[in-house]
Design a protein around this ligand. Structure first.
Ligand code: FA5
Ligand code: MG
Length: 417
C-alpha cells in the first residue's frame, strides 16, 4: 500500500487522486491539505494506534461470530478507495435530497457527482449486492468540521453489516415455527419498521447491542460505564448511539440500528433482516490510550509512534506527552460579505490550508451585528501550537497575517483593524 498523492493536471480542470483522473467543476471544494493526506492509510500502518484498535476490533468479530466449524463469518475490507459517488454515499442509503449532510459545507466534493466518503456506510449496498451477509468495512472518512482537540477533517470508521434469515435468527428458540421476520399491513412505531415483526426486530436489537457492549468491554474492561441513546439515521430504524463515560463526560462512540428494509430489497437481499453500525476509531483510541489530541495520530514524531511499538496489540499502553510546547493565541475579526455566501467551515478549511498542523484550535467567539448598517461581524480566536516544536512569535504572526489576507481574498470578508 503506497502513499499516493494527488496533483492537478496542466489544464487545471482535472485532478489526479489515487492514480485516477477526475474532472473538477464548480462543486469541487477538496483542499490541498486534504489531498496530501488521501492514501496515508493510518488504520493499516504497522504499530500505529489506529491500526492496533482496528485489529482488536476485527479479532473480536472473528471470535464472536463463527460458523459450525469455528471459521469466522465476517469478511473484512480495509483498503477500499475513499472516493465514492454521491449515489453510494447518500442515495443508496435513502438520505433525502435536501438532507444537510449532503451540503458542500459539510463534505469534500471532488466534483458534482464524486466525493470523499463521509462515512464507511457508503459501501453497504455494493457489498450486499455482491452477496455478502456479514462484513466489516474499515477506512478513512472525510468531513468538513470545526477545529479542536477532538475534531479533524479526516478520521477512521469501522462499519459493519449482519444479515440473517428467519432460520438463522430463531435457530435457538424452541417451537419457533410461528416466529416470522416480516409482518404484512404492519405500521411503523418507535420500536420497529412497518414490514418487520416485533420479535425479529427485538432479536436483532438484542444481538446488535450485545455485540457492541461486548466489544466495548473487551477493549476497556467490564468496569466501563456505557449507555444507549435513541438516535435517528435515514438508513436504519430503530437507531441508537452508544456512549461511554470518559473524563467526566458521556462520549458518543458509535451509531447503529436495524437496517431499512428498502436497502436490503434494493440490494437483492429482501428475504433477510439486517443490523448495521458505524464507529469512530479515533474516539476509541483517544479514550483507550489517553491520547489528548486528535492531531497526534498524524504525527511522524518517533516520540509518539515509538510508544505504540509493541509486539502484543492487546498490551496496555498509556500515552505520555513527549513535551508540551507553549500555546499562542491570536484573535481575528472580520465583516462578513453581504451576499450571505460565508460559512464558518470555509474559514476553518482556510485556516487548515495556511496554518496546517500549527493550529490547535479555532474558537468562534462571537457574532456582532452593527446596529445601523446591519453588517455582521465574526470574531474567532486561533490557538497556535505545534506538537513537535516551539513556534516563534514571528512565525505565528506571519501565519496569522496570511490567514487574514487570504480570507479577504477568498471569502470576501473585511478584516477589522
Ligand atoms: C455515521 O457516520 C453513520 N454512518 C453510522 C451508522 C452506520 C449508523 C450504520 C447506523 C448504521 P455518525 O456521523 O454519528 O454516524 O458517526 C459515527 C461515529 O464516527 C461517531 O459515533 C464517532 O465515533 C465518529 N465520528 C463522527 N464524527 C467524528 C469526528 N468529527 N471526529 C472523530 N470521530 C467522529
Ligand atoms: Mg453521531
Amino acid at each position: 500500500r503506497s502513499l499516493s498523492t494527488a496533483t492537478r493536471t496542466e489544464t487545471g480542470n482535472e485532478l489526479i487522486l489515487l492514480d485516477r483522473k477526475y474532472s473538477i467543476d464548480k462543486w469541487t471544494n477538496i483542499t490541498e491539505n486534504i489531498i496530501s493526506k488521501v492514501g496515508r492509510n493510518l488504520h493499516v500502518t504497522p504499530h500505529h494506534p489506529l491500526s492496533h484498535i482496528r485489529q482488536r476490533i476485527v479479532n473480536y468479530f472473528y471470535m464472536q461470530f463463527h460458523n459450525r466449524i469455528g471459521s469466522p463469518i465476517f469478511s473484512v475490507y480495509d483498503n477500499i478507495s475513499p472516493i465514492v459517488s454521491v449515489d453510494q454515499n447518500f442515495d443508496s442509503l435513502l438520505v433525502p435530497k435536501d438532507h444537510p449532510s449532503r451540503q458542500r459545507s459539510e463534505c469534500y466534493y471532488i466534483n458534482h457527482d464524486t466525493l470523499l466518503r463521509s462515512h464507511c456506510t457508503a459501501h453497504q449496498k455494493d457489498f450486499i449486492s455482491m452477496g455478502l451477509n456479514n462484513f466489516l468495512v474499515i477506512g478513512d472518512v472525510y468531513r468538513r468540521d470545526e477545529i479542536d482537540n477532538r475534531h479533524y477533517p479526516i478520521f477512521h470508521q469501522v462499519d459493519a453489516v449482519r444479515l440473517c434469515t428467519a432460520d438463522e435468527l430463531f435457530q435457538n428458540v424452541n417451537n419457533s415455527h410461528d416466529l416470522k421476520l416480516f409482518e404484512h399491513r404492519g405500521v411503523e412505531t418507535n420500536e420497529k419498521q412497518a414490514c418487520h415483526s416485533l420479535e425479529a426486530t427485538k432479536m436483532m436489537e438484542h444481538e446488535l447491542k450485545n455485540a457492541l457492549t461486548g466489544l466495548a468491554e473487551t477493549l476497556f474492561g467490564s468496569e466501563l460505564k456505557c449507555r444507549w441513546v435513541e438516535q435517528y439515521f435515514p438508513f436504519t430504524h430503530p437507531s441508537w448511539e452508544l456512549e461511554v463515560y470518559h473524563q467526566d463526560e458521556w462520549l458518543e462512540v458509535l451509531g447503529c440500528g436495524i437496517m431499512r428494509q428498502q436497502i436490503l430489497q434494493n440490494s437483492g437481499a429482501g428475504e433477510r433482516i439486517g443490523w448495521a453500525f458505524g464507529l469512530g476509531l479515533e474516539r476509541l483510541a483517544m479514550h483507550l490510550y489517553d491520547i489528548p489530541n486528535i492531531r497526534l495520530f498524524w504525527s511522524n514524531d518517533s516520540g509518539f509512534l515509538n510508544q505504540f511499538k509493541v509486539e502484543d496489540i492487546n498490551a496496555t499502553i498509556k500515552y505520555k506527552p513527549i513535551s508540551i510546547y507553549p500555546q499562542c493565541k491570536n484573535d481575528i475579526s472580520f465583516w462578513l460579505p453581504e451576499d450571505r455566501s460565508y460559512s464558518s467551515n470555509d474559514f476553518y478549511d482556510l485556516v487548515r490550508e495556511i496554518g496546517g498542523d500549527r493550529v490547535e484550535q479555532v474558537i468562534f467567539k462571537d457574532e456582532f451585528v452593527h446596529p445601523e448598517s446591519k453588517r455582521v461581524s465574526h470574531c474567532y480566536s486561533i490557538i497556535y501550537r505545534h506538537m513537535e516544536r516551539t513556534l516563534s512569535k514571528r512565525e505565528v504572526n506571519n501565519v496569522h497575517k496570511l490567514i487574514g489576507k487570504t480570507a479577504q481574498e477568498q471569502l470576501n470578508v473585511t478584516v477589522r483593524a
